[in-house]
Design a protein around this ligand. Sequence first.
Ligand code: GDP
Ligand code: MG
Length: 178
Amino acid sequence: SSNPADSNNLRVKLVLLGDSGVGKSCIVLRFVRGQFDPTSKVTVGASFLSQTLALQDSSTIKFEIWDTAGQERYAALAPLYYRGAGAAIVVYDITSPESFIKAQYWVKELQKHGNPDIVMALVGNKADLNENRSVQSQDARDYADKNGMFFIETSAKTADNINQLFEEVAKRLPRPAP
Ligand code: GDP
Ligand code: MG
């Protein structure tokens, strides 16, 4: 849940949504362990990891990260998964237009059934595969703007923008009154 410990040390449930194969697990492992394993199977299967981020104002955010182990294929299970989430990272693969369409489906789901204060990020992953790009950054940015989300392109492989993604989520979380 997103119960804050106090205003300087927050705890937040964060979920990742998106097609299977877009790199959700790799983003989590890059953020939490600083690793990328190119030989990992389609889902590395970590289901729960936590990571504390220190912000510039010396407050901390403990992310309780829920990663799916393939349940993203079962839309009916999703509400259980994102219940109580204070933040959601919706991921697509910049080389896959289908995954961008699917990301839009998840955004609508969250708008309908998620916590109304949820902080949502739209993430175009696999930015290292720019030569195979088929989702234009501007299209994704326009979609994110219209839906009150922030947008970033990442690479779990090269680590590009991974910390920035979580820092930006952290900055946007509502702070309880001190
Ligand atoms: P998930 O099903 O969304 O959790 O996807 P995974 O994290 O299991 O990754 C699926 C596949 O994409 C794996 O083969 C990863 O090695 C690969 N992958 C993940 N992130 C990146 C990335 O940023 N760049 C590239 N080139 N491959 C990636
Ligand atoms: Mg996975």
